[in-house]
Design a protein around this ligand. Structure first.
Ligand SMILES: [Zn+2]
Length: 222
């Protein structure tokens, strides 16, 4: 018997915990974890021609075009590690990218099986992100409420003074949430029309989120 590949998209606003959950889903279902950030970094690090091309855009501070990311994605999808399927971490972000992914999967006689949306209220996301305090020296990340350092404002690991990253400031987070909502609404509509969208409450504890994600995947029709 041939097991069909499973392709799962994990969506959710920045700070919803997609990365953590995507890794757990990938491990539990033997899927390849794909995030476009890692994909880009990987191609650049390996000095491939695609990476070289991407570097040009990144150095100019421009977005890497969809078509170029699509080429990297195609390469990864055709690799042996992707044979059992993939979990797409925060990709696609737009309907155009969703159409592109559909095309790539159909070349492999595959399709998006399920889209999991991690719903977290804006107020929770703001609390999660704006409470982060990062160590500029060793990269450790603390949180004023959920993971406070032993001495206030001081990194547990190396003793340097903790800072709030610019990206973690309230105004920046609010703007990211606004842009995310604007792009994601049509995307959710696109998948909802195909009846493959499942919303999971991402505001509960990570273990419980994972349990609910697995449950939502359990009724994926083959
Ligand atoms: Zn440190």
């Amino acid at each position: 018997m041939v097991t069909r590949a499973l392709d799962v998209i994990l969506l959710g606003p920045p700070g919803a915990g997609k990365g953590t959950q995507a890794k757990r889903i990938a491990a539990a279902f033997e899927l390849l974890h794909i995030s476009t950030g890692d994909l880009l970094r990987d191609e650049v690090a390996k000095d491939t021609s695609l990476g070289e091309e991407a570097k040009g855009y990144m150095n100019r501070g421009e977005l890497v075009p969809d078509a170029l990311v699509g080429k990297m994605l195609a390469k990864r999808l055709h690799s042996q590690q992707a044979a059992l399927g993939c979990v797409y971490d925060g990709y696609p972000r737009t309907t155009a990218q969703a159409v592109l992914l559909d095309g790539l999967l159909s070349e492999l006689n595959r399709r998006v099986d399920v889209v999991l949306y991690l719903g977290v209220p804006d107020a929770d996301i703001l609390a999660r992100i704006t409470g982060r305090r990062s160590c500029p020296t060793c990269g450790a990340v603390h949180h004023v409420v959920t993971l406070p350092p032993i001495a206030e404002g001081v990194c547990d690991r190396c003793g340097a003074a903790l800072v709030q990253r610019n990206d973690d400031r309230e105004g920046v987070v609010r703007e990211r949430l606004r842009v995310y909502g604007e792009h994601t609404a049509p995307l959710l509509k696109y998948y909802n029309a195909r009846r493959i969208l499942r919303e999971v409450d991402g505001a509960v504890a990570p273990d419980e989120v994972f349990r609910r994600l697995r449950e939502a995947m359990g009724n994926v029709s083959a």
